[in-house]
Write a protein that binds this ligand. Sequence first.
Ligand code: 6CS
Length: 316
Amino acid sequence: VTWRFALEEIEGSVQHAYAEALKERIEERSDGRIEIDIFPYGSLGTSAQLTELVRNGSISLAFASPGHLANTIPEVGLFTLHYVLPDDADVTREILASAELLELFESLYANQNMKLLGFVPEGWMAWTANKALRSPEDFTGQRIRTMTSDMAEETFRAYGAEPSQIPYSQVYSDLQLRKIDGQSNPVFAIEEMDFYEVQTTMTLARPAQFVASVVSNLEWYDALPENQQQWLDNGLKDVAQIAWETQEELNQTRLAQMLEGGHMKVVRLTDSEREAFREASMPVRDIYLERTGESGQRILGRLNQLIEQTETRKQS
Ligand code: 6CS
């Protein structure tokens, strides 16, 4: 049998490394009875289209980034909020890998005919533009590209920007043609999508991790023979760690590459500069809660508990 796995990123990306690692494990464990066919970004469609293909069963597995998925599942808009997850990368990694967090979202995905298989952090979001973005005021009037959901726009609107939703594949040309002034993505992606060629400045504000989710078609997953389901579940656990290490490495080496190339100015925000953004982003939590009601309240509350528990455990 062949499992089709569709990516929202091109070859050489974090998602690609994840898919390759999963493919290797599953093909090995199944003694070649299962083959995984990987479709890098561009071969099948935009993120929103990939989600449709999973939901209708045309493909078995796909990445679905919350920034694109939040119109379908408002609660995942959580991951578009800024300064919600802790600064400590280890705490964030643990929380995103925890069964407790997955459980909070499982039924929301299931209602859309998807099985939520995991959350994959891909590194800190960085902002690029043709100027430094040191304060919310610097965003005034900036046309900022966001992922394709209404929730993804809200934080940038709170900063005073003019956000617009654009598919990933269109970002480079829109920057080049100056239809937009800036965008937000992890460092590795800014390098591999060549955004640095058409932007002068990258601002490192560490506002949020880029978080993707891995999904499958729900009926497909439920119909898998038990041993295949186990290979998949175990494979996913193994590759979580690999994905984490890959993103760390890619984000570091590609930052160094872009710095060496002298393509962009890189600005790192101080703690007090970050604090101003944190404050400006707070009202967006109310917008999230308005759109998600009790369900979002439960998720945000439980997330804060998980953060506290994990931080206390780490300290002791
Ligand atoms: O900005 C985006 O749309 C995309 N960015 C990354 C790093 N992965 C997938 C997502 O669709």
